[in-house]
Ligand binder design. Sequence first.
Ligand SMILES: NC(=O)c1ccc[n+]([C@@H]2O[C@H](COP(=O)([O-])OP(=O)(O)OC[C@H]3O[C@@H](n4cnc5c(N)ncnc54)[C@H](O)[C@@H]3O)[C@@H](O)[C@H]2O)c1
Length: 251
Amino acid sequence: MTRIIMHGCNGAMGQVISGLVAQDPEAGIVAGIDISDTKKNDYPVFASLKDCNVEADVIIDFASAKAEDALLDYCAKTGMPVVVCTTGLSPEQVEKVSETAKTAPVLRSANMSLGVNVLLKLVQEAAQVLASAGFDIEILEKHHNQKVDAPSGTALALADSINEAMGGIYHYKYDRSTERVKRDQKEIGIQAVRGGTIVGEHDVIFAGKDEVITFNHTAYSKAIFGKGAVEAAKFLAGKQPGLYTMKDVIG
Ligand SMILES: NC(=O)c1ccc[n+]([C@@H]2O[C@H](COP(=O)([O-])OP(=O)(O)OC[C@H]3O[C@@H](n4cnc5c(N)ncnc54)[C@H](O)[C@@H]3O)[C@@H](O)[C@H]2O)c1
């Protein structure tokens, strides 16, 4: 059984993961770390990692960028594997993640969903065949009306993934209303829809002559990120120091 310390255990994702792990015979949360004590958990909760004296195999981190430096210092010092899911890290913190990976196994991903990470691979394979055959590529993403950034980080990651596989030939087009020109073959159009409570939907459209292939990923709840994080934790426990990604988890 993989013994997990849940960093940020009383937050939205910490609680999602507590629920998922409670149903998982291969994993268990042995301790939680959180500065808030608003939730009841069936494991001990400590205010900081240095107060925690419970033996564990891996840390899952869904907390706050403000908490990241202390977490990384702890892992660098102890060699404890860590799955970093917290977003909004500064460039210095991203650098510190790489430094930490010299003495501890570290896996970091801005999107922990297994489905999205498989999609990132699938669109590369599709682009290599279809883009070369003249198919146009468009990405449509839909999110709830509370989201302030657009396009989504995942839409950009999908475009980047395709671009990487195609040798960086594409530029991205976010708005076609400002000029009257036909689309360029070397562009990926990225459009955002905002409304209601849509958790997250991404369509990657390959449009060719008389045929269209659409890859769709729909998120129905935040549990998809939790599921991916737990799989990543099982993967990372016992690994050698180094920087890992979700690509390593899905193989
Ligand atoms: N990588 C992904 O796929 C993915 C998916 C969802 C959320 N996230 C990110 O994960 C993070 C957490 O998301 P959330 O929705 O659970 O947020 P949240 O605000 O609900 O929970 C964060 C928790 O961290 C705790 N915390 C804050 N500072 C702390 C510290 N110094 N030490 C210990 N605990 C501390 C808070 O008290 C809170 O309980 C955010 O950065 C979010 O963007 C990433």
